[in-house]
Unconditional design. Structure first.
Length: 202
């Protein structure tokens, strides 16, 4: 994450104690918060995020943890209570010393009414993607954003072939061609469309 945000994020972990792990990338989420029956809280964040996306995701999950510690229950996952906590925890970070100007503008707009994922704000997703240059998820020639594909079109993601289904808020239900299982994939993930010649070999 950005260097100037590290101390603040450490303070958040002290204020709202939780176990923390950086994990392998997941198709359906950037981060995760879990409250276990024994009362402990755990947060994970995907390892392939650029520093700015990592920071936003980290604080997003800490906001869930803050709700849990404050109200002794998880509450509605992304309801008004979580939104107010997320806004409060992000407020000290919304400066150009933390985020570049091209990310900060759409981020401030997103934070006026934060949603379950930054994918709900395409301008923010596009700005964040510019900083994926050193990431394994960096775009390659021919890749498109999943939401740009037509329903029913085939595409490659993590070496598997899927068929695009219907949009459900910020995720799209996609069918794994090989297994037949369906997954909710973030609508703004980068994928490789499968052309007609490739389709014959699927």
């Amino acid at each position: 994450m950005p260097t100037l945000a590290v101390t603040y994020c450490q303070q958040l972990q002290q204020q709202y104690p939780f176990g923390f792990r950086i994990v392998k990338p997941r198709r359906t989420r950037l981060g995760d918060f879990r409250a276990l029956p024994n009362g402990t809280a755990h947060i994970t964040v995907n390892a392939d995020l650029n520093p700015y996306a990592f920071l936003i995701t980290y604080v997003h999950e800490v906001a869930h943890c803050a709700v849990y510690h404050t109200y002794k229950r998880a509450g509605k996952p992304h309801g008004p209570i979580w939104q107010s906590q997320f806004q409060r925890l992000m407020a000290p970070l919304l400066t150009e010393s933390i985020f570049p100007a091209d990310v900060l503008a759409p981020l401030r707009y997103y934070m006026s009414r934060p949603a379950a994922t930054t994918a709900a704000q395409p301008a923010l997703m596009q700005a964040l993607r510019r900083y994926n240059v050193q990431s394994p998820a960096a775009p390659v020639q021919g890749q498109l954003v999943l939401r740009q594909l037509a329903e029913g079109q085939l595409f490659l993601l993590q070496k598997k072939t899927y068929m695009k289904g219907k949009l459900r808020r910020t995720r799209i239900v996609c069918k794994d061609i090989q297994s037949g299982r369906s997954y909710a994939v973030l609508a703004d993930v980068l994928v490789m469309p499968v052309n007609e010649n490739q389709m014959k070999n699927v």
